[in-house]
Structures are given as C-alpha cells and as structure tokens.
Design a protein around this ligand. Structure first.
Ligand SMILES: Nc1ncnc2c1ncn2[C@@H]1O[C@H](COP(=O)(O)OP(=O)(O)OP(=O)(O)O)[C@@H](O)[C@H]1O
Length: 579
C-alpha cells in the first residue's frame, strides 16, 4: 500500500494542511467541555446570566471555528485524494498501454477495467479518510484522557479501564467482520463480471434463449452476496450497542464515584459533566478509528491488486530502439523460420514459418479455423514476439524498430470491427491525424463505404455511437477497412475483414484493392477462396504449419489441403476453369 503513496508527491502541502486542520478542529472540540464546566460552576452557580451568555457565545464560536477547520481539512484532503487517484489512474493506464497482447490476454481486460475503476476509487477514498482521521482519532483519545486527568486523576482511572474495553470490543468485532468483507468484495467482483458478460452478450443470450439460465446464475450469486452481507452486517450492528453499553456503564460508575466527591466539595458538578463529555468523545473517536481501519483494509486489498498490475513487466518493448533506415532492396515482409507459442505454452501455435512478401504484392493467407492465420499477421506489427526465428519488415527485424515507426508503416483491419464514438471523419483519422477529406473519401471509395456514408444526413460528420452500434456489421467492416488505408500505409493487413460483406461488395472491394493499392504490400486473411484466388501469392496454413505457398492454380495442383478447400467452396465451372 505504501508504494502507492508516491502518487501523493505533488500534494505534499495538501497532505499536511488537511490533517493539521483536523487537529485544530480536535483542539476546539476538546475545549468545549471546559467551557461547559465553567457555565455550570460559575455561571449557573452564581446565577450570572451575562457570564452564561458570554460562555454560550464562546461555545457557539468554538463550534463554528471547528466547522470551518473541518471544512478546510475536507477541502485539502479531497484535493489530495482526487489528485492521488488521477495520478495513479494515469500511470496505471500508461503501464497497461505498454503491456503486450500476451500480458493483456493473461490478466483479462475485464479485470483491468475493475483495477482501473473500483480499485482506484477504493484507494482514493482510503487516502481521503486516512488524511482526515489517522491523526485526529488518536489525538482526541489521548487529548480527552489528558484533559480528564487535569480535572481528576482518580476519576480518570475509570477512563483507563473503559477505553481499553472499548478498543477490545471494536477490535474483536472488526477481526470477525473484516475477513467477511473481503469475501463480500470477491463475490461482488464475480457479480460484476457476470453482469458485464450478461450485458455485453445480451443479444447472444436472447438468441440462444438462455435468459433463464443467466437469471438463475445471477440470482444464485446475488443471494450469496445478500447472505454474506446480512451475516457481516449483523455482527457489525453489535458495534454501537455494545460500545454504548460500555460507555454508559462507565458513566454510571463515574457518577457513583463522583457523587461523594461532589458532596464533599472535592469536585464540582461542572467537572463531572466535563468528564462525561470526554468519555463520549473517546467513544466517538474510537468508532471513527474503526471506520478508518475498515477503509485501510479495503484500501490495502485494492492496493495489492493495483500493484499486481504494476508488477507485470511488458515482454514486448521498444526500449532503446531508435529510428531505423529501411533497406529498400529487401522484401517488405519476411518470416525466417518463425515459431510462436502463446503464454510460453509448450505447444506451438506456429511452427517454422518462412515466406517473403515483396513490395506491391498482395498475399492471401488461408486455412481452417485455428490454423494460425491471425497469429501470423499479429507478429508483423509486434503484437506478440516470435518465440523462435525472425520477422523482418523492410529487411530489419521488427524487434529493432521503435513501435511508432513500425506501426506507422502498417494499416490493420482487425477481425472484430471496432469503431469509436465520434464522427466518421474522427474515426478515419486514427492512422493519420493530418489526413484531409480528399484522402478520407479516397479510402472510403476503395473500401466500398463511400456510398452509404454519403447517404447519411451528416455525411463525414455523421456521429458513430460507441463501438459503431448504429451501423450494420458490413458497414462497420467497410469503415474499418477504409480507416486502415488512410495515410497510404506501406503494408495493409486485412484479417478476415470482409466476412460480413455480401459477395458483390466483396468482389468490388477485391477489385479496388488490386487496382488502387500500387506499391502497398497487402495481406488478406480469409477462409473464402474467392477472396484470395487472384492474389500474387497464397500461403496455406494447416495446424500452425505452412502446407503450401504459390498461386491459386499452382496450389490447386500441388497442395491437397488447398484443393480440398477449393472443391468445398467453388462451383464445378470454377474448378474446371483452374484445371
Ligand atoms: N490469445 C490467445 N491465447 C492463447 N491461445 C490462442 C490465442 N489466440 C489464438 N490461440 C490459439 O492459437 C491457435 C491459432 O489461432 P489463430 O487465431 O491464429 O487461428 P486462425 O487461423 O486465425 O483462426 P480463425 O480463422 O478461427 O480466426 C489456435 O489453436 C488458438 O486456440
């Protein structure tokens, strides 16, 4: 937890002023019983109305000063804790941004969202409470005991018995409830995960009529959560009655012990009232400490989870890499004996892959599901690093490029069409922020997206909802294809990105790519023969290995797997044409 306190370094002043004002407020609070004592012992005893009013005025003033100090402390504590949360969130996001796909796959994006949101919020409120209560509560307890000593040493001995009893009861209750609260937090995480999955997968759940099963799972989890909360709540509910019983018993003992002393003139009525006040102040301060400890425990759990993310070292980095000069005589992309496995698994997803893709060539990658097509193309922009062998772009190992330079060369159309909230124009400028409308329109035309964008009332200014929810699957795909071509990348990768297009649009897209990409090297990953049959070179993958490389005609004659795919997808006439 202490590791996270470095995010308070820009808020040193606030972190001192906040607690300081809380201490000043505590001093005013400790002074109130003294004034009360004077009102009783001097004002009421002498029936001195002006004195009572004067002292009453001082009490009100103490109240207002306390309030002002408390508000000031709250202001600075809030400023420091919000600043802490912001700095922590920014740094965590920066760290997550540096993680490779491999680490993100391992930890899971939904877990990262929880770390970024609820864990950071818990740490932030923990810091706020810490700044306000860490010094104040012990100060009030010690201060109240000292003030009581100045009134009567003998009667204060009762305090020395009551305060540890109170602390013990609070400690006992918390030692039972805190582990339960940790359990509740874990169940809450599971509930959040299930809720997230149910909401994001709502359409699939309905399509498969799985609502009832989902509801059943959700009910089970929420019942478990309710049960845990009720049990922890029941024990926690004992806190106030038990502590008040102890304090009231203490007050009864105090009254009994002081009665004689008051009668004999050893102690005044005002002093007895002041002692009772101090006893109540100790109780309230100890209860505040219980709240503080609960929050520190929650904060500690969140801090561990946040630090777990910080402790993950990115395995794919470009640290120390400086801009490289491309070797224009080398192939645009070359794989040399590349093998690759996910998360250091023993089993290779790709094995001994070697091929070259020259400038201006269009390369088709085909194979069954899970044959390794996406794995191959993910190695080009270094989303993952090859376990063995080398991946070269323009003759240089991708590991030697700064990410910015490498990825600027590449336009990627991922398998899942992801668009962001904003206008069509905003989305088109992701690769190249300086792209003008002319360039955007050229890319939209190539991707067969121009017509439907122009049919929208606001054209390039048409708003796209989060995730492109207000577009059809095919429209989304066409926009992601257009986005990859803006800014004229040297390499374009289309990962099964025409799957939602009708055959006619797909054919027009292929024709446009063949005619308009010029010196770009284009990779088309597909399971459809029709999407790749006219490209310069086709790579056939089977179970992570290359089963054949060549043109459509060559592969039909030499590669059994390719022929099988052709026979399952092409019409008799098309097959006859190859032969
Ligand atoms: N993130 C991942 N973590 C672990 N294993 C993975 C991951 N992604 C893919 N794999 C595994 O690697 C192998 C190759 O997967 P890949 O996605 O490259 O195949 P693909 O040919 O693109 O399949 P599809 O056409 O279905 O997209 C598969 O066995 C798959 O289970």
């Amino acid at each position: 937890m202490f590791r996270l306190f470095r995010y308070l370094k820009n808020y040193k002043k606030e972190s001192v002023i906040g607690p300081l004002f809380k201490l000043i407020e505590a001093c005013f609070e400790l002074a109130v019983p003294v004034v009360m004592k004077r009102i009783i012992d001097i004002g009421i005893k002498n029936e001195d109305m002006p004195y009572i009013l004067r002292m009453g005025g001082i009490m009100v003033l103490l109240g207002f000063l306390g309030l002002a100090c408390s508000l000031t402390a709250q202001f600075f504590a809030a400023k420091a804790s919000v600043g802490f949360g912001t700095a922590l969130r920014t740094d965590l996001l920066r760290h997550i941004d540096r993680l490779s796909y491999s680490e993100i796959d391992k930890i899971g994006s939904s877990t990262l969202v929880t770390r970024m949101t609820s864990d950071i919020n818990t740490a932030q409120s923990g810091v706020n409470i810490l700044l306000r209560l860490l010094l104040r509560s012990p100060f009030i307890v010690i201060g109240a005991v000292i003030m009581a000593f100045t009134i009567s040493v003998k009667l204060t001995l009762i305090f020395l018995v009551i305060a540890p009893c109170l602390a013990f009861v609070i400690y006992k209750i918390m030692s039972i409830t805190i582990p339960r609260y940790k359990h509740i937090q874990k169940t809450l995480d599971r509930t959040n995960l299930l809720t997230g999955e149910s909401l994001s997968g709502a359409r699939v759940i309905r399509a498969f009529s799985r609502q009832q099963d989902e509801e059943k799972d959700f009910d089970k989890l929420t019942e478990e959560l309710t049960d845990l909360q009720i049990k922890a709540g029941r024990i926690n509910a004992l806190m106030n009655p038990l502590t008040y019983v102890i304090v009231n018993l203490g007050i009864a003992v105090l009254l009994k012990a002081s009665a004689h002393q008051v009668y004999n003139g050893v102690i005044t009525q005002g002093e007895v009232i002041a002692l009772i006040n101090y006893m109540n102040q100790i109780l309230l301060a100890l209860l505040a400490m219980a709240i503080l400890v609960t929050n520190i425990t929650k904060m500690q759990a969140s801090a561990i989870r946040i630090n777990d993310v910080f402790d993950i070292d990115p395995t794919v980095t470009d640290d120390g890499n400086t801009e490289v000069t491309a070797d224009t005589s080398a192939p645009a992309v070359e794989f040399r004996g590349v093998s690759f496995s996910y998360h250091d698994s023993e089993e290779y997803a790709l094995e001994d892959i070697s091929f070259t893709a020259n400038r201006g060539e269009t390369i088709g990658i085909i194979g069954g599901t899970g044959s390794g097509k996406s794995s191959v193309i993910n190695l080009i922009p270094r989303f993952y690093d090859a376990s063995k062998g080398e991946v070269l772009v323009d003759g240089i190992d991708v590991k030697n490029y700064p990410f910015r330079q490498l990825r600027h060369k590449i336009g990627i159309v991922p398998q899942r069409a992801v668009l962001f909230k904003g206008t069509v124009r905003d989305n088109m400028k992701w690769r190249d922020s300086s792209a003008d409308d002319e360039e955007i329109i050229k890319a939209l035309k190539l991707a067969q997206a121009y017509d439907f964008v122009m049919e929208k009332p606001d054209k390039l200014d048409e708003m796209i909802h989060q995730g492109g929810k207000n577009l059809s699957g095919g429209q989304r795909q066409r926009l992601t294809i257009a986005r990859a071509f803006v800014g004229h990348p040297e390499i374009v990768i289309l990962d099964d990105s025409a799957s939602a297009l009708d055959l006619a649009t797909d054919a027009r897209l292929r024709k446009a790519i063949a005619e308009q990409t010029g010196d770009m090297t284009v990779f088309i990953v597909s399971q459809r023969i029709s999407s790749i049959k006219n490209v310069d070179k086709i790579i056939v993958l089977d179970d992570g290995k290359i089963a054949g490389t060549g043109t459509h005609r060559e592969l039909y004659q030499s590669c059994g797997i390719y022929r099988e795919i052709c026979l399952s997808q092409l019409s008799e006439k098309e097959v006859r044409e190859i032969g």
